[in-house]
Write a protein that binds this ligand. Sequence first.
Ligand SMILES: Cc1cc2nc3c(=O)[nH]c(=O)nc-3n(C[C@H](O)[C@H](O)[C@H](O)COP(=O)(O)OP(=O)(O)OC[C@H]3O[C@@H](n4cnc5c(N)ncnc54)[C@H](O)[C@@H]3O)c2cc1C
Length: 495
Amino acid sequence: MPKNLAELQAVLAKAKEDDAIVRVSGQRHSQPPLVISSNPARTTYLVDMACYADEATNNQRMLVVSESPPQVIVNPGVREDELDAFLTNNSLMLKTVTAGGFFSLGGMTAVDVHGGTVNEGIFAETVSSFTIIKADGSQKTIAASPDIDFARVSLGGIGIVTSMTLEALERQYKDTLIGSVDFVPWATDEFNEDGFTQTFSALLAQYQQGGRLEVFFNPYAAQLDKHFLALGWQRNSMPVTPLSPEQPYDTCTSADGGEGDFGADYIKDQDLAIGAAVIAQEAGNSLEAALITGTAMLATKGWAEEANAAFSDLWLTQATRVMFMSYFIELPTLDAVGLRRAWLGLNKVAELVKGNGQEFYIAAPMEFRFIKGGSTAMSGTFTSNPGNTYFVNLDLIGFVPGNGAAYSDALLNFFAKVERYWFETLNGIPHHGKMYGFYDPSLDGESFSPEPFNPNFLEKLRERRSKFPEFKTFCKQEDPDGRFYNEYLQLLLGA
Ligand SMILES: Cc1cc2nc3c(=O)[nH]c(=O)nc-3n(C[C@H](O)[C@H](O)[C@H](O)COP(=O)(O)OP(=O)(O)OC[C@H]3O[C@@H](n4cnc5c(N)ncnc54)[C@H](O)[C@@H]3O)c2cc1C
């Protein structure tokens, strides 16, 4: 847990001596093996940047460097909620935020993390420059194209990010951003394409000019209440409530030199509820899963209302113990033609959980958000036409027993079925911070893999992503000894 450049350089020198692989940890909420593998083949150093600061930020952990345009320099170990409070205290705010605030800036920019700002790309695209330390201890700043397209979503493969310059927005008042929480009725009795495109054409028209929109879908709603849960945030043209000082969360103090919290924790007192959800997923009928999903929608509504009352859009304050699969699907326009693809992706899950006798029922709502395409090579939102292309991100959650227990066959099979459709039919691309590769594309349509990240799936993904070889070449150029070419990258890009 280095606190300054000299300590970080010493870690790298020792890693060279031990011929170790060097990986970086943020708040450890990405799915393994992105941060660390359970059984690393080589000696591995895990560097935690929670307390790091260097000259880039005058040895502080965050610094406002320009008021117009608003820019801040941040160390990567800083958490999003810590930065959010710092920005508020400087009459600023982020262009886009995640649902939670408990991720590190390093983790949010090394992965294709996104928010719900319809007219913004992934979070890393709000960063205009990265300073990284290379394996030999030298520092390098990357601010221009094409290199920045590899430095954003670097997956830890080009070096350790030691600071980044973030483009922010002005925020003079608390109510500059006004949140809303609405149950939006389905336009039709069934969950069908016409109703969906009608509802979202109208909704997106309100949010396309800079608003933020996060939507939850209950695939069982046709039996219960036919509503989406829409969390929205809009710019307010007549704000009046003055900002009040906030006490930032202190990631470093909380880490307590390695003795404290080991990354942002998940909610511990939910074990009973999670146990019930695990059972409901495989109960053989949808009743319990539908009830738990409905309850989760209500809980989400409550959390968002609480955040809105405090004029915050970071509504999720802690993680539940779950696994995710998340895909970006190109729309490519936000009209009925594009929205149809979002509907197809959601409807696949609704079809799979219909009726009794299914092997698996999801027990959490699906979340979806709209994101602008961009030029970041390794992002699922990469497009050769940035600026005019939109993606929908679909999130699927599975509850897991924990304590290292293997995922059940029913869960793996369900995720594989959904993934085949999202990947093969809708041409989707997986989010790197979540689980994917639940099947082997060379095997028949009903099979699933005993664990995620199936190597043949990754090979197929590589064939589809024209930018992967360029990124691999860039990693080799910046890191000729492969000190940062970790097991996840070897799996993803080939050894
Ligand atoms: C409950 C929950 C909600 C979520 N909500 C969202 C959401 O709203 N939107 C979304 O897109 N994703 C979401 N995610 C995914 C999450 O945002 C990402 O997985 C993110 O990367 C986690 O950040 P972290 O600090 O935990 O990073 P980690 O998991 O610790 O690290 C992620 C990657 O970043 C690398 N890294 C970290 N710091 C550095 C550095 N300084 N230099 C180089 N590499 C570095 C690590 O090596 C690793 O490869 C969610 C996940 C959970 C569990």
